[in-house]
Design a protein around this ligand. Sequence first.
Ligand code: 5GP
Ligand code: MN
Length: 341
Amino acid sequence: MQNLELLKSKLSSPSKIVITTHVKPDADALGSSLGMANYLIKKGHDVQVITPSEYPAFLHWMKGNDDVLVYSEDTHEASQSLMNQAEVIITLDFSVLSRINQLGEMVKEANGFKVNVDHHLDPEDFADFRLWNTGAAATCELCYELIVALGDRDLIDKDIAECLYAGIMTDTGGFRHPNTTQNVHEVVANLIAHGADNSRVSKEIYDKNSINRLRFLGYALSQNLQVLPESRVAFFALSEDELQKYNSKTGDTEGLVNYALSIEGITLAGLFKESSDGVKISLRSIGKFPANEVANKYFNGGGHRNAAGGKVDISLEEAVNRFKGVLGEYKDQLEEEYRRL
Ligand code: 5GP
Ligand code: MN
């Protein structure tokens, strides 16, 4: 951990702290943000979490949720002034400033001491202190390690532990992905020891579906899913009309892509989602197939090898055609990974 002593000294007296995370925060993004916020508040700091955009209702149970400032909901001036005044700015679960939209410029220009905790590839050089490990399953895992390294293990209470547990649970796909290491199990065991109710967290995140969401899932699986067995690829391509018809809310399509990946014989799965400002793509893969390379080369995105995403400013049909068009380039790898696993 570079500059740990410097970070310790920055946090040794009450400071104004801003915590921010990536656009469309998931459980790891929000869990690490609120986990760190609750911990730093306990240490006596004045902490504000700012997210670039809104996030799903199944994350609203986390302590501190009501105090989060959502930048896209007309809090531009407030965010700017908090960012300018912040003595410490903690950036979580992203490694390049473009992942936080307009907040990126603000962070770049702010004078505060910048901290980055993350597990994504190819970090941009903007932080004064960075805890970065692509071998970590989740940013929440790294946040736990940071709190311990700062000598504050005893400050971890039930609320902090549950925020951190949530991010580790979801970024490991419910402790199923290959990133579910011994360390992951050790960290979550410690979080449970600090009071995290693992069963409750799992219920809050996975088992609070609306009927609409389930009907939408039924529709997507029965009417929308396309399977290309020879390519070892399956994907959903959802238009704005289809999403509106089922009154789809932020987070309702979360996890949908995994159904496509769960099909026997599939190496790469995709979800294409049309919105007023382009098409959002989610990719998931098994084994060594580089979903992040596809996202980066063809969809202005990136991510992890097995979970990546991007966004393009073309029509849904064009995005799907682009995807189909690149499968030839990966034909051998798609087949190889299926055979290997
Ligand atoms: P999701 O499919 O859940 O939106 O994203 C999966 C992963 O892909 C994220 O954890 C993130 O690492 C990456 N990702 C998603 N969207 C983007 C994007 O627009 N740009 C980049 N660089 N990475 C993305
Ligand atoms: Mn993450």
